[in-house]
Design a protein around this ligand. Structure first.
Ligand code: N01
Length: 497
């Protein structure tokens, strides 16, 4: 275990980073660049990558252009597609880990089972699943927001005797070719996996509960000439990234604001896309959403809707009443039941949310637990710091998701902010920072106050909303606003010890 020379006496590390997806890797690079080498990265899987290690389903790709969905401080001129495929992104992350020498900091197949703040020493003790304990002055939880699959709450799911798996836990040993397949869900994962497997399966039934707005993707294979230009003139790739960001910000109000006039523009574009993709009016009607554009996550695909005109693909809109050993049972509006026999049942039903930023017991100052603090919903200052939990920072915490642009704009803003705090601690200018309760409360009152003006509050059901109907997932504004609000770590917002 290493310790920075100007670090305080007792902690094993200045920083413990939990997780090694985009957030953890980006944080580690920036810590190194700031001269902070006393850090450990704890990763429960055998490999870094987070989302892009776990999601390997056929067709998996990012629906944000690759030039914007990559680290600004580690551009990749070699993206093969405008929208990078999951394996390309994972390869990029593995290369980034090597390039920045993060391997020596990474401890794989190690899970944090609990974290306790030591008031006296102003440092954290992390208990690991292998029985060890490490201490760190600062903990940066980069555990991701959409990690653990959420199976649907449908009677009989456990009784199914065929192949059953979630998109985020794809079973590559099972060959879907020639099989009767059911897919539950029509969200961002489903729109990618359904067209990818449709040509090989014998038959596929896609069970749709709520039709979603889909817009054209316009993917491209990046030419060798473009890659060479990006290599020779990196400013060109920066310019493309900047343009992509500005474009998404300009589109933001159409997606984020509760303005039927603005969302109507996007809705009409999506309907035109539907008309181009599907010729059958009955099918089109079943696929037409009836909520305001932007309320649920916008989907981006050219090949999802056309899939339903294939002979071997059915769209099922009747609700699933139960699952049996051999298939699914649906009931139509007249109460008639229909049995759908299948060999494989694929769950594209999304992820657990809520306390996902705190996936193990976390005890802060004076015995306060994060589970208790967040029992009515996760709340943090700028999504990163929680009162009662000094020196605990979260990447992609509450209200830091975007509805319209690359999540990495938010991730990088958080990294920059948190590293400022870590530098002060590593240099001995402070032992700990704890955000003041009133600062955190004021911030969140403003955030929640603005939610009523967003499309997310316009009346649909989505994973953005908690059980109490509050949106603690997304940031109700421009990404540039978040970026500017987090550019400076203000000591006065914190109790400094
Ligand atoms: O999950 P989802 P996802 N019976 O929650 C349906 C990110 N992501 O894995 O709409 C029947 O969006 C549910 O129906 P309904 C992205 O942030 C990013 O697709 O609730 N259906 C819905 O259709 C995204 O938002 C990329 O009525 C049931 C679907 O399952 C997040 O991950 C790619 C059901 C779940 O959709 C999650 O996306 C993929 C039930 N009991 C994902 N329960 C990028 O490209 C659920 N459903 C960056």
């Amino acid at each position: 275990m290493s310790t920075d020379s100007n670090n305080t006496d007792r902690a094993d590390y200045t920083v413990a980073v939990i997780g090694s997806g985009f957030g953890g890797i980006g944080t580690a690079i920036k810590l190194k660049q700031a001269g902070i080498n006393s850090f450990i990265m704890i990763e429960r899987a055998p490999e870094p990558g987070g989302t892009w290690r776990d999601n390997t389903y056929p067709g998996c790709a990012c629906d944000v252009p690759a030039n914007a969905y990559s680290l600004s401080f580690d551009p990749n001129p070699d993206w093969k597609h405008k929208f990078a495929h999951a394996d390309e992104i994972q390869a990029y992350l593995l290369r980034t880990v090597d390039k920045h020498g993060l391997g020596e900091h990474l401890r794989f197949e190690t899970e944090v089972s609990s974290a306790v703040f030591d008031d006296q020493r102003q440092q954290w003790a992390l208990h690991l699943d292998n029985g060890q304990q490490i201490t760190a002055q600062v903990v940066i939880a980069a555990v991701g927001g959409l990690v653990n699959p959420a199976p649907p709450d449908i009677e009989g799911l456990a009784d199914f005797e065929g192949q059953l798996f979630h998109t985020a836990r794809w079973n590559h040993d099972y060959d879907l070719a020639g099989k009767r397949v059911a897919v539950i869900g029509t969200g961002a994962s489903a729109v990618q996996v359904v067209p990818a497997i449709a040509p090989s399966v014998e038959h596929m039934s896609v069970f749709q509960r709520t039709p979603a707005w889909v817009v054209p993707k316009g993917d491209l294979v990046v030419s060798e000439t473009t890659k060479q230009r990006f290599r020779r003139f990196p400013f060109m790739q920066k310019a493309v990234r900047w343009f992509t960001f500005c474009f998404s910000e300009a589109m933001g109000p159409m997606i984020v604001l509760d303005s039927p006039r603005l969302s109507g523009i996007a809705e009409r574009a999506s309907i035109r896309h539907l008309e181009r993709c599907v010729s059958d009016p009955v099918l089109r009607e079943k696929l037409t959403p009836h909520f305001q554009f932007g309320c649920k996550r916008m989907l981006i695909s050219d090949d999802f809707w056309p899939c339903f005109e294939r002979d071997n693909v059915d769209l099922v809109t009747d609700s699933i009443t139960r699952i049996t050993a051999k298939g699914l049972v649906t009931r139509d509006a007249d109460g008639n039941e229909l049995f759908h026999p299948v060999d494989a049942l694929l769950l594209a039903t999304g992820f657990e949310t809520g306390l996902s930023s705190a996936p193990f017991p976390i005890t802060g100052r004076a015995g306060k637990t994060l589970a208790d603090t967040w029992k009515n919903g996760a709340v943090a200052y700028k999504g990163m710091a929680v009162s009662g939990f000094p020196n605990w920072f979260t990447i992609m915490g509450p209200n830091t998701g975007p509805g319209h642009t690359s999540v990495l704009v938010f991730t990088e803003a958080q990294i920059r902010y948190i590293v400022q705090a870590v530098r002060k601690i590593a240099s001995g200018r402070a032992r700990s920072f704890e955000v003041k309760q009133q600062v955190q409360d004021r911030y969140n009152e403003r955030i929640q106050g603005r939610m009523k003006y967003t499309a997310w509050s316009s009346g649909c059901n989505s994973w953005y909303l908690g059980e109490d109907g509050k949106n603690r997932a997304l940031f109700p504004g421009f990404a540039s606003e978040y970026y500017l609000r987090t550019r400076r770590f203000k000591r006065s917002d914190y109790t400094v010890r």
